[in-house]
Design a protein around this ligand. Structure first.
Ligand code: DX5
Ligand code: ZN
Length: 216
């Protein structure tokens, strides 16, 4: 399958959100990636459901919601209410991960599990056949515009092996420091979906950058 591009709204111009979402709608972006932070699980706060309900109304692309919060399971109804296609929860924030994955599916969404840079891929062995996607963080979550952690390339290869050896259908998504160079190497290593914040929104021609990321 050709890889997918999910621009991250975190790097958009929050004073012109509607315009930036229209740009995403016009572009070749496959999904819109939404980063929800609580200032507890990560050292930053982004935006919450009162803002996202307007984003969801304006956006025509599937919503890929990335929750960087504690007690993620409490917010399954709110994420469903947005009409999200994918709900990503952090491995590190879910004591009962298997149960949370089941609850996300029951709510009618696809379930993604996210790993921080320090969390090894092997910990997913017992849930890999239950998830629709694994989101590997290639920076420590909390902020856009950080430097890509090179070790992620090895993690993508290891995850690809785990998926193939178990017959899992999970997609591999990467988030953090993705640009034309790291993006190409990630796709070559086996990534299916690339999240890109700064690379897209700080580009002179944002639609052209999305086109370039689609055609690595
Ligand atoms: C970071 C977020 C990312 C962020 C990526 O915690 O999960 O989605 O927007 O930003 P870039 O692409 O600029 O590294
Ligand atoms: Zn993210």
């Amino acid at each position: 399958m050709n890889h997918l591009i999910a621009p991250s709204l975190l790097s958009a111009d929050f004073s012109h959100l509607a315009q930036d979402i229209e740009m995403i709608n016009r572009s070749e972006a496959d999904w819109l990636h939404l980063d929800i932070m609580d200032g507890v699980f990560v050292p930053n706060i982004s935006f919450g459901f009162p803002v996202l309900k307007h984003v969801a109304r304006l956006c025509t692309k599937p919503l890929d919601v990335h929750l960087m919060i504690v007690q993620t399971e409490k917010f399954i109804p709110e994420v469903k209410e947005l009409g999200a296609m994918m709900m990503n929860v952090h491995y590190e924030a879910c004591t009962h991960l298997h149960k949370v994955i089941g609850a996300i599916h029951e709510a009618g969404m696809k379930a993604g599990v996210t790993l921080n840079p320090s969390t090894p891929v092997c910990l997913l062995k017992d849930v890999i056949c239950d998830v629709d996607m694994v989101l590997l963080m290639s920076v420590n979550p909390g902020f856009g515009g950080q430097k890509f952690i090179e070790h992620t390339i090895d993690k993508v290869k290891e995850l690809r092996e785990l998926i193939e050896s178990t017959g899992s259908k999970a997609l591999i998504e990467i988030d953090g420091g993705v640009n034309l160079d790291t993006g190409k190497r990630l796709v070559d290593a086996g990534a299916d979906v690339l999240v890109a914040g700064n690379t897209v929104f700080k580009a002179d021609d944002r639609e052209a950058m999305i086109h370039a990321l689609k055609n690595l």
